[in-house]
Design a protein around this ligand. Structure first.
Ligand code: NI
Length: 147
């Protein structure tokens, strides 16, 4: 495992649309392991592959209950809304107020390619939205309603 360098806002890699993962191989497993280690080291609650310079649809989230690995994730249901503060490891030292759904269900694959669904509320729902946005080149900064 290794801690990878986190790309900062302004780098064009953060604005690209990521490609789907097709190969569930050792390289993917290493990427996921490294992303979890990097997220923990940086004390973040989520990290998306483009933030470590990899344009693939992969993200990791940990809101305090252990890491969640999402490969090729898609939001399949959302409910309600929450307005709260959000930050990003690629935008250090800043935060902004963003409106997100209160409850989100995501369909994704695990590191072996097995499809699963996961539902999260509050911070976890926010993290799902934030990280999946990264895979489409979207930063929370684009959605700030109050600085
Ligand atoms: Ni982020």
């Amino acid at each position: 495992m290794a801690i990878r360098n986190i790309v900062k806002n302004g780098d064009p890699v953060l604005r690209k649309v990521c490609r789907s993962v097709l190969n569930f191989d050792e390289k993917l497993a290493t990427l996921l392991d490294d992303m979890i280690e990097t997220m923990n080291y940086a004390e973040g609650v989520g990290l998306a592959a483009p933030q470590v310079g990899i344009l693939r649809r992969v993200c990791v989230i940990d809101v305090g209950n252990g890491p969640i690995e999402l490969v090729n994730p898609a939001i399949i249901a959302e409910e309600g809304e929450q307005i709260g503060s959000e930050g990003c490891l690629s935008v250090p030292g800043q935060s902004g107020t963003v409106k997100r759904p209160m409850k989100v269900t995501v369909k994704a694959q695990d590191r072996n390619g097995k499809t699963f669904e996961i539902t999260g509320e509050e911070l976890l729902a926010r993290a799902f939205c934030h990280e999946i946005d990264h895979l489409n080149g979207i930063l929370y900064l684009d959605k700030v309603i109050r600085g």
